[in-house]
Ligand binder design. Sequence first.
Ligand SMILES: CC(=O)N[C@H](C=O)[C@@H](O)[C@H](O)[C@H](O)COP(=O)(O)O
Length: 222
Amino acid sequence: MSDAVFPLRSVVVSCQAQRDSPLYGPGPMALMARAAAAGGAAGIRANGPADVAAISAVVDLPILGINKTGDRDGVYITPTFESAAAVVRAGATAVALDGTARPRPDGGSLGELVARIHDELGVPVMADVDSLDAGRYARAAGADLVGTTLSGYTGAPGGDGPDLALVRTLADELDCPIVAEGRFWTREEVLAGFEAGAHTVVVGTAITNPTAITRRLVEAVR
Ligand SMILES: CC(=O)N[C@H](C=O)[C@@H](O)[C@H](O)[C@H](O)COP(=O)(O)O
């Protein structure tokens, strides 16, 4: 199953809110997704069956579903087959999951999980990785797309901006579409992501998290 999911040089908007956000919940996330669609987003990344269902009811775009569960120190992005099935049943047209070699909560292998998603759910899989080694591992495990989502979140914190070096090395080495994701804030960074070889750039916080946007500006003038 080799499916790019999104057009070449497309921008996908991640519509996610944490429990402590006033925007937490399917209603606000569906509005965010509609706003992103109106602005030309090529797709939506969304978390959990409730948000995915609400978004798929109002937006006619591919939805990259994730299902964050469990301990943030370990594998938490769509860690199991059941978590993937729940977002596909809710309307996700592709699934993103932790594609690193870290131990999975159910003890299963990434290859088995990707194969089951392909065979039983019939959707493409994006592997969220943190390094070139993890990208190689995830591609060998059958991932259709590989993204830089976890760079800076599994060990030493990432800097302020995106990991363009990882985008470049993944694009040079892997024979699948590369998704540049994580800490993209500006037009220049998005363009640099495509110049580094990204097929798609996913932008979340800079578009859909007004608290973080406000904090960034307020802290800049302190
Ligand atoms: C590390 C992790 O759990 N990342 C999550 C993955 O879905 C989201 O919290 C991010 O918002 C998303 O990747 C988009 O990135 P940014 O919000 O930086 O544009």
